[in-house]
Every structure is written in C-alpha cells, then in structure tokens.
Ligand binder design. Structure first.
Ligand SMILES: [Cu+2]
Length: 380
C-alpha cells in the first residue's frame, strides 16, 4: 500500500467523521427551524367538549380575567422555563433548560460536574487510544503489535476502574432519586392535573375543587401576545411560589405525562391511578412544558403552562376563579380532606372512577376514602 493510499484512507475517515457531525448539526438546525406545523382548527376548541365556549371566552384570557376578578396574568417578561431555539443560541439549545427547583439544580449539578466530565473523559480516552493504534500500527510502518493475551494486572485495573466510576456516579444518582420521591408534607397545597385528549385540566381540591381547563392558544394568537406558540395556553395552572405543592396527575382517557423541564418535573398521568409528587417552585414566573406520553393525534398540542406567583396573588387568582379557602388555606388543618376531580361540576371527567384497588400499584399516600371507591365508580 502506498503512502498516497494510506493518506486517502485517513482522509476518508476524517471526512466521514466531519460529515456525520455536520449532518447532526444540520438536522438540529432543521428541527429548530421547522415552521409552525399547521394546527387543526379544532385544536383549541370543541375537543374540550364541555368547554368549547370557555375556550372561546378564554381566547382573550387577560381581558376576561380582569373582568372576572382583579387578577392579572403575567406577561411574556415573566417567562422563565422554555426551550431555546438553535437560531437563538446554538449551544444553549443543546443544554438543559435553566432550573427553578432544588431538585432541578441538583440534577444540573450532577450533569455538569459528574456525568458530562465522565462522558467527555471516557470518549476522549477511547478516541485517542484508537487514533494511536490506527496511526502507530498502520501497515506502512510494519510495526508488530504485542500478541499478549492475558495480563492479570491490566485485567484487574480495567475491572476496578469502571467499578469506581460507577460508584462515583451512583452516589449523586441515588441521592437525586430519593429527593424526587420525597413525600409532600401534610400542608402542601394539592393541585390535580388531569390529562384529557388533548388538553389539561387543573383541579384545586383544597380550594373548593374548581377545575381550570387549559387549551393551547392558536399559534397566531400566542405570537400576537408575545408568547411562544405551541406552548402558550388560554388558562395557565396558577400556583403559589416557594411553598410545597402536591401535584397529582391523572389520565381521564389514555396515558398522558405532565412534564415541565425547567422544574425538573415529569409524572405520568394514568387512568385509574393517582400519581403524586412534591413540587416547590423557587421563583415567580411562567414555566412551560408539554405532554410527554404519546397520547393520540394531537399529543403535540396539549402544552402545559404553569404560572408561579406570590401567595397573595395566588389567593386573588383563586378568588377570581370562584375558589374558596375555607379554614385551611394557610394552616395544615383540613387539607387532607380532598374532593376528587370528578366531583367538580362540569368536569369533563365527571364520573371518572378511582378505586383503592386501582391504587394498589404503589401510588403514594393519597387519602382515598372508601366512599369514593364505592360511590363514584363508572365506566367511560
Ligand atoms: Cu397527552
């Protein structure tokens, strides 16, 4: 083999590698640049079934709200959790969103200081080893590689070192897992997110059990308000900031998943099973997420928008929705008396059964009283 041939082969290798990198980046650019997909007209209407009119009314959410009560929704300047496009910032578009919860920050730390360094180090190490072998033992040089087949010391090292690396990863990994499974305290404010085909309903059992139906805004409408299209909704899930929230998820028809990347929160919404997780948002703001379980034709058009506000503002909002505080809003007493979402008047999932047996799969400590199991069972 001549030098020219070897050079050509190496050049091919390098070109191929660069080509693959280029393709990957172009692909990403293309995704980021993908024009807004046409959203069926029905996207923000009708499917809500019982709520077609509510959706229409809410198309002017801000106006409607200020008429209803004194509550004013946050504007685009308060958006904190949303994806970054490739055009906007190529690097940031490949990274996690900024985190606004303790767990999220811990997870980011683990990614940036444990996982990413380990990945980069191992990849670079293997890549360099390969390069050395390719160059050093290429045929032209005629070097004889070692024919060693067994070497106890080397074998012990390449067993022990990976074990140490795995242990280093396991410590923060299991810590994070445990943090994510922390049970909400008794005085946490409960919000039940119900996934419907294809929108979300947010029930506030501690505040009288009213339900807010949240539909995606038509893209033009969202953009005209300065909000991100395909993420903006007519009615946000408004929650108090800085206090523990007991987020429960439920699927009214099929499995959905309630996921908000910037809050490090993802929880499946499963029919016949109530899931719950603790969420404490650290800063007021708007946080966007999406349904993350393929749930049907318009899976991509049921975004999640959470508006975290100071307690006073939140109470104002609850009042504007006709919610009540009873005697328990800020004390821990009475919070465990929960009204199932199916009890909320006009809830699309009215009659949705939830039995203790359904809950046997290990869902956390949600009080399910026997009456609920007996009384409200029905099939859809
Ligand atoms: Cu869904």
């Amino acid at each position: 083999m001549t030098i020219a041939v070897v050079h050509r082969d190496i050049r091919r290798l390098v070109l191929g590698f660069v080509g693959i990198l280029g393709l990957a980046f172009m692909g990403q650019g293309a995704f980021a640049a993908a024009p807004d997909m046409a959203v069926p007209e029905a996207a923000t209407q009708a499917d809500a079934g019982t709520d077609a009119t509510e959706t229409d009314a809410a198309a002017g959410a801000n106006a409607a709200e200020s008429a209803e009560g004194a509550y004013e929704y946050y504007g685009p300047d308060m958006i904190k959790g949303q994806p970054t496009s490739f055009e906007e910032d190529p690097w940031k578009s490949t990274q996690f969103q900024d985190q606004y919860t303790e767990n999220g920050k811990y997870a980011m730390w683990m990614n940036n200081w444990i996982l990413a360094p380990v990945i980069v180090f191992i990849s670079a190490f293997v890549f360099i080893l390969l390069l050395v072998v390719v160059v050093r033992y290429r045929r032209r040089e005629g070097r004889e590689p070692s024919r060693t087949t067994h070497n106890t010391l080397v074998e012990v090292i390449w067993t022990i070192v990976p074990v140490i690396i795995l242990v280093i990863i396991a410590v923060p990994s299991i810590t994070l897992l445990a943090k994510q499974y922390k049970t909400p305290p008794a005085d946490a404010i409960t919000i039940k997110a119900t996934g419907y085909q294809w929108y979300w309903g947010y029930t506030y059992p501690d505040q009288g059990g009213f339900e807010v139906i949240s539909n995606m805004l038509p893209p033009e409408e969202a953009l005209s308000r300065g909000l991100p299209d395909q993420l903006a909704v007519d009615n946000r899930m408004v929650v108090p900031v800085g206090v523990p929230l007991r987020i429960q998820t439920y699927g009214a028809d099929v499995i959905h998943s309630f996921a908000v990347p910037s809050l490090w929160f993802k929880l499946d919404a499963v029919p016949g099973r109530l899931n719950e997780r603790l969420l404490t948002i650290e800063e007021p703001g708007i946080y966007y997420g999406q349904c993350s379980e393929l749930c049907g034709a318009r899976h991509a058009y049921m975004p999640i928008a959470i508006e975290a506000v100071p307690m006073e503002r939140w109470r104002q909002w609850v009042a504007s929705k006709g919610g009540s505080f009873g005697d328990d809003a800020e004390t821990s007493e009475g919070v465990d008396v929960q009204v199932p979402a199916s009890a909320a008047e006009g809830a699309p999932a009215a009659g949705e059964g939830l039995t203790a047996a359904d809950d046997a799969g290990g869902a956390p400590s949600v009080p399910l009283d026997a009456a609920q199991a007996d009384g409200t069972e029905s099939t859809n």
